[in-house]
Ligand binder design. Structure first.
Ligand code: 8YV
Length: 322
C-alpha cells in the first residue's frame, strides 16, 4: 500500500466507509466548524492528495484551492453536482463517481414511487391505520399505472432502466435528453414542456448541476397539467420546487412522488399534509447491497488512484481535459 496518510474525508460518509478510511488509510476528516476547518487547512491542506466525499457534500472550487496537491476527488454516489468539475479540470484534479452499481435500485425506487403516487398506497396505508376503513368508508379510486404514457427526462443509465421497467407495464415511453439517443426504441421529444404535454407521468432522471437547474419549471408543470404526475429521483435542483408546491397546492397537478428536494433534508411544509404526494428521504440507492457495492467501487477508485494515479470509473481522469 502506498503512502495513504494524505487522504481527506469531506462530509459525512457511510459509517463503514468512514471507518475503513480512518483505519486502513489513516484519513483525516475536514472539520465542519469554520475556525477548526481554517486551522486544519492552513496546517494540512497542502499535504492532501485525495479527497473522499459524497454527492451530498462534494468539493467546491474554494476548497480545491486550499488543497494545492490534490490529485483526485473520489465521490461516493453517481451524482457529483456538488463537486466543481470545471475547477477540477483546470487544476488537473481527477473526479470519480459510482455509476452502474446503483442503477437497478434507483430505477426500482422510481417505479415504486410512481406506483405509490398514482395508486396512493402510502395514503391508503395511513387511512387503514387511522381506522377510517373499519369506520365504514372505502378508499377513493385512484389512477391506473399500466398502459399510461410516461415521459422521462434524462435517458441515461438510470432513465433507461426506468424505461425498461415501465415498458413491461405496457407504458408508452418518450423522453427528453441533452441529445437524442440514437439506438433508443423510445420517442425523443425536443423540449421538457413538449414532453410534459404528451404524457400522463413525467419522471425526472437527469443529472443535477447548472445545465439542468429548474429544467422542470412552471411552464413544464402547466404542460403536465391537472391530470399529470411528476416523479423525481434525480436531484431537487432539476425542478422549480416553489412552482411545484404551488401547482400541487392549487390542484394544477394530480400528484408528485419525490425522493429528492432542493434543500435536503428540508421538505417544504406545505407538502406534508397532501395525500397526493409521496415523500421519500433520498433513499433511491439505499439498500444494503447497493450501498455496499458503492462503497466497494469508491475504495477501488481510491486504491487505483493511489497505485497508478488513474481512476476506475472517472468522470474526469487526473490531468485530463473534459
Ligand atoms: C446517494 C445519490 O445516496 O448516487 C447518487 O447520486 O444521490 C445517492 O445514491 C448519495 O450520493 C450519497 O450521498
Amino acid at each position: 500500500m502506498p503512502d495513504t496518510a494524505n487522504i481527506l474525508q469531506v462530509g459525512p460518509l457511510k459509517p463503514s466507509l468512514a471507518e475503513t478510511l480512518r483505519t486502513r488509510y489513516r484519513a483525516q476528516i475536514l472539520p465542519d466548524d469554520a475556525a477548526a476547518r481554517a486551522e486544519f487547512l492552513a496546517g494540512s491542506g497542502a499535504d492532501i492528495t485525495a479527497v473522499v466525499t459524497s454527492g451530498r457534500t462534494g468539493v467546491d472550487a474554494a476548497l480545491m484551492a486550499e488543497l494545492p496537491r490534490l490529485g483526485a476527488v473520489v465521490n461516493f454516489g453517481v451524482g457529483y453536482d456538488t463537486t466543481d468539475v470545471e475547477a477540477a479540470e483546470a487544476r488537473g484534479v481527477g473526479v470519480s463517481n459510482t455509476p452502474d452499481v446503483l442503477t437497478d435500485c434507483v430505477a426500482d425506487t422510481a417505479v415504486g414511487l410512481l406506483i405509490d403516487t398514482m395508486r396512493q398506497f402510502s395514503a391508503a396505508d395511513r387511512y387503514v391505520r387511522a381506522g377510517r376503513w373499519s369506520a365504514g368508508g372505502n378508499y377513493p379510486l385512484t389512477r391506473q399505472v399500466s398502459n399510461t404514457r410516461v415521459g422521462i427526462i434524462g435517458l441515461g443509465r438510470i432513465g433507461g432502466a426506468i424505461a425498461k421497467r415501465l415498458s413491461a407495464f405496457g407504458c408508452t415511453i418518450s423522453y427528453h435528453n441533452r441529445r437524442e439517443v440514437t439506438d433508443s426504441a423510445y420517442t425523443y421529444v425536443g423540449s421538457p414542456a413538449e414532453l410534459a404535454q404528451r404524457v400522463d407521468v413525467l419522471v425526472v432522471a437527469a443529472a443535477g448541476g447548472s445545465s439542468t437547474k429548474k429544467l422542470v419549471d412552471a411552464a413544464v408543470l402547466d404542460a403536465l397539467g391537472a391530470d399529470g404526475y411528476l416523479i423525481n429521483i434525480a436531484r431537487g435542483s432539476v425542478v422549480d420546487e416553489v412552482a411545484l408546491v404551488a401547482a400541487l397546492r392549487d390542484g394544477r397537478l394530480a400528484g408528485a412522488g419525490l425522493d429528492v428536494f432542493a434543500d435536503e433534508p428540508n421538505v417544504p411544509s406545505e407538502l406534508l399534509g397532501l395525500d397526493n404526494v409521496v415523500l421519500l428521504p433520498h433513499v433511491g440507492s439505499g439498500t444494503v447491497q447497493t450501498r455496499a457495492a458503492m462503497e466497494d467501487l469508491t475504495l477501488r477508485n481510491l486504491d487505483e488512484f493511489l497505485a497508478t494515479g488513474r481512476l476506475v470509473t472517472p468522470v474526469l481522469q487526473p490531468g485530463a481535459r473534459v
